[in-house]
Ligand binder design. Structure first.
Ligand SMILES: *Cc1c(COP(=O)(O)O)cnc(C)c1O
Length: 219
């Protein structure tokens, strides 16, 4: 069956709760596919490579909100600093410092999420809860006037085991709630992809990152 991007977007919009933001993950997909989503009203797009995202930003309408959802190399931050709307996977001080520096050069404030490692697999990026709390409480952070930490992000283990996914999401939500009482800027919880977004929403996600369920499988 051919992929109907427009229909997929509409189905998501009508089935997810109103307070849950939909990030259309368009990595590897051509501009025509993004434009089909755009024409359906979608404005938030997620990419995981800075070069690819920058090419798309240059080519596509300027009211698109670009989210960097992948692991970020510090030396590439400068390319996205002029336009990126939200960086989902901040996992170290050095990266935050560089984002602040480049945002300042562009006279902008860049919103960031801290990535908590919730999956069991070793390959996944993200910080331990201890490291995440240490970063959030680092005394240098209040002097970073051009970054704003607005929430947390996490990726569950890629598994059929729903109980495991639920445990991981519940841990992320619990950590988010704990930290929110002291850090009132924490508002976004980015949790859930095509395979597990229902569990993400069940556990309190308010931002889901959906790729293949909108645009079809990637090669
Ligand atoms: C690719 C990707 C997604 C979307 O994955 P799908 O399974 O295609 O929905 C979400 N989050 C991150 C961090 C990704 O890299």
């Amino acid at each position: 069956m051919p992929i109907n991007i427009s229909k997929n977007i509409k189905t998501f919009k009508s089935t997810i709760p109103e307070e849950v933001a939909l990030v259309a993950v368009s990595k590897t997909k051509p501009n025509e596919d993004l434009m089909e989503a755009y024409q359906t009203g979608q404005r938030i797009f997620g990419e995981n490579k800075i070069q690819e995202m920058t090419d798309k930003w240059e080519a596509l309408p300027k009211d698109i909100e670009w989210h960097m959802i992948g692991h970020v190399q510090t030396n590439k931050v400068k390319y996205m600093a002029p336009y990126v709307s939200l960086v989902h996977a901040v996992d170290k001080m050095k990266l935050l410092k560089e984002i602040n520096k480049r945002a300042k050069q562009n006279e902008r404030e860049i919103r960031c999420l801290l990535q908590l490692k919730i999956a069991e697999e070793e390959s996944k990026f993200g910080m331990s809860k201890e490291d995440l709390i240490a970063l959030l409480q680092d005394e240098r952070i209040p002097h970073f006037n051009h970054v704003k930490i607005v929430g947390l992000m996490g990726m569950a283990t890629f598994t059929e085991d729903k109980d495991q996914i639920e445990r991981e999401f519940a841990f992320l939500k619990k950590t988010f709630d704990e930290l929110k009482t002291e850090h009132q800027n924490l508002k976004i919880l980015s949790m859930g992809m095509s395979g597990d977004y229902k569990l993400g929403i069940k556990h309190g996600s308010n931002m889901i990152r959906i790729g293949s369920a909108i645009f079809g499988e990637r090669n």
